[in-house]
Design a protein around this ligand. Structure first.
Ligand SMILES: C[S@@+](CC[C@H](N)C(=O)[O-])C[C@H]1O[C@@H](n2cnc3c(N)ncnc32)[C@H](O)[C@@H]1O
Length: 402
């Protein structure tokens, strides 16, 4: 790739230490490729190692990840209003259930947990326990620091789990931008049918190689539209349904809520989306080269929300709503929550107040405008009991599109 076409050309280059770290991870992945019979490692396994190899993967090791100094920004990092709306939704559910727990998957920096707990305390609807299941040891430590610093008085309610609870959970299971971080398979339509795209080696460099899909992948590919053109590349998450179903089995009573960027299947696998949805993020630059600096960049794929709905309804949960992030937040009371921060006190407003008002207005735009996160990000909700209250789906429910 010439420098003129390289989206990372103007990015701050990794330090020598960071490059050495990436090389250690590359050596680990290369050894796994060499240990296969045919020199082909499924892309899902490559992605799993690149993100979660203990001590080396992007999420498992020390990369900054979130925020301005990191590689990408998520909604809870943009504004506490996001987590406060979500907390209000959880408060309704906990009230209907007469109490219960919250279980957050993949809690990132811990800021969403802190903001939600603060809001739930204000509403007098604190969960009995706020459980966090996090794959990354490094992030778990960061979450502990965030919660201890931001809500020390509530920290005793928070428990980190090493595995899913054995007892059925009553309450809410939720995750923001977790499903997009689960490893996916990559496939390409050839003249003779689908091929699975894998990681192979060209000397010390990773390269794309392909193989016949196995039976499980073939079955998953059968659910895709038949009319996709030759050369069409996309992603498919064959691990998603079993993962979600394990969570559903553990939900004794309550609801499950996922927030992420994604589409219904018919739009995800649209014939014009020729190169799929896989993206890598390094220092706020998005690109599509997953072999670049493994361990130093995030790798994600959009979520097929039809697959999420199928998996969880097959597991016995009811699909209660599917909407855009903007509609979910506005339905959840964003305007009322922001109202105080946005109202113009008139003459006498201090410079700091003006700056705060402008900041809040900018945060709301980022969370809700269609050109920002408002439309690409979706929210999907499920429940064991259809009577649970969902203020977030009140303004617009697009579940019929799934
Ligand atoms: C893109 S980050 C989002 C973090 C946070 N929820 C936010 O919105 O800022 C993905 C998170 O999911 C975690 N994660 C990925 N797979 C997971 C799994 N199977 N179980 C629990 N956490 C997981 C990652 O370690 C990371 O914390």
């Amino acid at each position: 790739m010439s420098a003129a076409n390289d989206p990372l050309a103007d990015a701050p280059p990794p330090s020598p230490d960071a490059l050495a770290h990436s090389q250690r991870l590359q050596a680990l992945i290369a050894a796994e490729i060499e240990a296969t019979d045919d020199g082909r490692l499924g892309f899902d396994r490559y992605m799993e190692l690149a993100l979660y190899a203990p001590g080396l993967g992007y999420y498992s090791a020390g990369a900054r990840k979130f925020g301005g100094a990191g590689d990408f920004v998520t909604a809870p990092e943009i504004s506490p209003l996001f987590s406060r709306c979500l907390a209000r939704q959880c408060a309704d559910i906990l009230e209907t259930l007469g109490g219960g727990d919250v279980l957050e998957l993949g809690a990132g920096s811990g800021v969403m947990a802190a903001d939600m707990l603060r809001e739930l305390a204000t509403l007098d609807r604190l969960p009995a326990r706020y459980l966090i299941l996090e794959l990354s040891g490094e992030l778990r430590e960061r979450q502990q620091q965030t919660l201890a610093a931001q809500v020390p008085e509530l920290a005793e309610r928070v428990q980190w789990l090493d595995r899913l609870p054995e007892q059925p959970l009553r309450g809410v299971i939720l995750g923001n931008e977790v499903l997009d971080a689960l490893p996916v398979k990559r496939v390409m339509r050839s003249a003779h049918g689908w091929r699975e795209l894998c990681a192979g080696l060209d000397g010390e460099q990773f390269m794309e190689v392909s193989r016949e899909p196995d039976e499980a992948l073939t079955q998953a590919l059968e659910r895709l539209p038949g009319s996709l053109p030759e050369g069409y590349r996309t992603e498919i998450n064959t691990g998603l349904a079993p993962w979600l179903q394990t969570l559903a089995e553990m939900l004794g009573e309550g609801s499950m809520l996922w927030l992420d960027y994604g589409l219904p299947r018919a739009e995800y696998y649209h014939p014009q989306r020729l190169t799929g949805t896989l993206r890598c993020h390094y220092r706020h630059r998005a690109h599509d080269d997953p072999w670049r600096w493994p361990g130093l960049q995030d790798i994600t794929a959009w979520v097929d929300f039809t697959a999420v709905a199928e998996a969880l309804t097959d597991a016995g949960l009811g699909l209660d709503g599917y909407t855009t992030q903007a509609h979910f937040l506005l339905g959840g009371g964003l305007e009322a929550l922001a109202g105080a921060a946005l109202s113009d006190p008139g003459a006498g407003e201090s410079e700091a107040q003006v700056r705060n008002r402008l900041d809040v207005a900018a945060q709301i735009k980022r969370l809700t405008l269609p050109s920002e996160m408002g439309e690409a990000f979706k929210v999907i909700g499920f429940a064991t009991d259809p009577a649970l209250a969902w203020r977030g789906f009140g303004l617009r429910d697009m579940a019929a599109k799934l």
